[in-house]
Structure formats: structure tokens, C-alpha cells
Write a protein that binds this ligand. Sequence first.
Ligand code: NAD
Ligand code: UFG
Length: 337
Amino acid sequence: MRVLVTGGAGYIGSHTLLELMAQGHDVCVLDNYSNATPEVLNRVRGLSNGNVTDFTGDVRDPAILNRVMQDFRPEAVIHFAGLKAVGESEEKPLLYYDVNVGGTLALLHAMDRVGCKNIIFSSSATVYGEPVYLPYDEAHPTAPMSVYGQSKLMAENILTNWAKATAGTSAVLLRYFNPVGAHHSAKIGEDPKDIPNNLMPFIAQVAVGKRDALTVFGEDYDTPDGTGLRDYIHVVDLARAHVAAINYADKSTGARPFNIGTGQSYSVRDMVAAFERACGSPIKTKQAPRRAGDIAAMQADASRAAAELGWTAEHGLDDMTASTWAWQSANPNGYDN
Ligand code: NAD
Ligand code: UFG
């Protein structure tokens, strides 16, 4: 199938390109490189020995979207392009709504103009908000606690309305839990531009000597060791969920949300210990109060994805930390080597 991947030069997008190509799909990327570098696509080309068509531009721009749609004629779209920093979203709400909601709207208009009927959307478990029960299933109430989460839920609602109103269309809403890890080649991985917001890239930068110590945000949660619990998922498993979703969209109509997680959760302390096993040296930590907006625990019920997409996560915790370490140690400065 011809698959347009918006934000394909990013962390999850680049891993997904490789999985799509491995399954024989033709891929095309639209990215504005606001949080990525074109070097990513060179590496993807090298690893796959395949062709990656790419366009540089903003997903909110109808002119570039029309060009992509007319030149590449996608049969399906995977929509990764967006902004994802929770803290920044509180400071710049209009920017987040503009990119995450406006970008989705512009994309759907462009798809309609050429009759492209299938879309896979990068949503987030953050749409659920404070757990009423755990693990979250897809029927759990949605009550996002940040502008970022609101923007994802708004985009989900727009996609749901579109799929209902437009005959023959399918919108697969993938609610990711916490993506971590890197491709086994250690050639592509997560490369945060500034100080990492997320746990795993921060630990990796401590391990490689770029940061002094990990700040543990809160050790007084109601969890076994007092630190936050999350459902971490290997990025290659997550990438494969998109391939499964492409096949599902081809055979279905309407909109459907799916949790994409492992169903297992680990604490901050578990992650530090696992990373120490992977890199063979201690990770220095320091204590700090809880981070504003954090919840104690998140965990996916991923049974719908197993039953309907035929997808389950295959990589365990040690694969997640070992692949992160392999990537970080081979590329201490990310793609700027
Ligand atoms: P990323 O920042 O690495 O990738 C996003 C890509 O989109 C980047 O290459 C960036 O340059 C591009 N982009 C951003 N704005 C754009 C625009 N206006 N036009 C064109 N391209 C644009 O992030 P990621 O971790 O790969 O996340 C991909 C998607 O998954 C995002 O939508 C994110 O919200 C969602 N998501 C990520 C996580 C996570 O923890 N990484 C969790 C849940 C959901
Ligand atoms: N943590 C630390 N120190 C750090 C960073 C994180 O102790 O330097 C802790 C957090 O307090 C939390 C856990 O590590 O307990 C995970 O934090 P992350 O920032 O890695 O991940 P979050 O669960 O907060 O958020 C991530 C994405 C969001 C997404 C959410 C959905 O960043 O975009 O998962 O599950 F919405």
C-alpha cells in the first residue's frame, strides 16, 4: 500500500517507516523538521535499502498537502506530526491547538480532496486523565489534564466525526502508553533536542555522562516503592502496531480507539535498575518533589488491540533498556555525530 507518514522523521515515525517497508509498503514522509533532522531519513534508507519519498513542509499547509496527495496518491495516512511536550503545551496552548488540531483538520481536508479514506492517528493514553480504574480500557472516561491531552482528544473527536460522516472511511486512534527503546541496529532512536522531559532519554543521558543525575519526581506515591508506575512499550512494538492498524483500516469503516501498551507497569526505580543492568554502571539519582500534573500509575488493558488488530507487544523491559543504551552509547550526541 502507498502510505503517507506525517512526522515520519521523528522518533516513532522513523521506526514505523522501517516496519512498513519490511512489510512491502511504499512510504512517503511529510515533515517540517521542527523536532527532527533529515539525517534520520538517510539512516532509514540505509537500513532498509529502500526508497523513502520525502516532502519538507508543514502539515497545516494546504499547498504542500495538495502536492503530496497529488504526487504520491496515498492509500492510507499515518499522522504522527505534532507537538508533544506537556509542560510547553500549558505555556503555548494556541500553538498546540494550532498544530495538533489544525494539522489534523488540514490533513483530513487534503485527504478528502483526493478520496484517501484511511488514517491512523497518534493519540495518547494521556486522554484518559486521572484513573477511575486501572488498567485503563478504551471505555475509561476521557478527562485530559493538560492542553496537550486536550488537543489529542479534540483531534480524536474530529476524526470520529469525519469517519462517521464520510462513507467508506476508517480512522484508527492509537492511544500510546510510554514509548521507549530504539531500533536493534542502534542507527535510529530517540534524540531529544533540549533537556529530556521523559524518563528514559534522561537516564540514557546520565549513563553516557551528558547529565549528572536523574531527578526522581516523587517517592511518596501510593505505589510499591513510592515512585510513579508506567506502562513502557518498546518503540519497535509500537511501530508494528501501526502496520497492524493499516491492515485493519483497510478492512473496516468508522473510528475506533485502541490502547497500545504492554499491560505491565514499572516504577521509576525499576527503570533505573534495568538501565544499570544494561549499561553496567550505576545511575546517579537525586530526590525531588512530585512533578506537577503527574499521576501515580498508568497501565493499559491492551486486549482490544490483541483481539481486533492481532497485535501484542513482544519486547520486554531488558530489550527496552539495552536498545536505548546501544543507541545512546553509539550516538552520544544523537544525530549530530
Ligand atoms: P517527534 O517529535 O519525534 O516526532 C514528531 C515529528 O513531527 C517530528 O519529526 C517533527 O519534526 C514533526 N512535526 C512536528 N510538527 C510538525 C508540523 N506542523 N508539520 C510537519 N511536521 C511536524 O515525536 P514522537 O515521539 O515520534 O511522537 C509522534 C506522535 O506520537 C506525536 O503526535 C505525539 O504526540 C504522539 N505521542 C508520543 C508519545 C511519546 O511519549 N513519544 C506518547 C503518546 C503520543
Ligand atoms: N520521571 C522522573 N524524572 C524525570 C522524568 C520522569 O522521575 O526526569 C518520572 C515521572 O514522574 C513519571 C515517570 O518517570 O513517574 C514517567 O515520566 P515520563 O515523563 O517519561 O512520561 P509520562 O508518563 O509523564 O508522559 C508520557 C509522554 C506523554 C504522554 C504520556 C502518555 O511524555 O506525552 O506518556 O502515557 F501523554
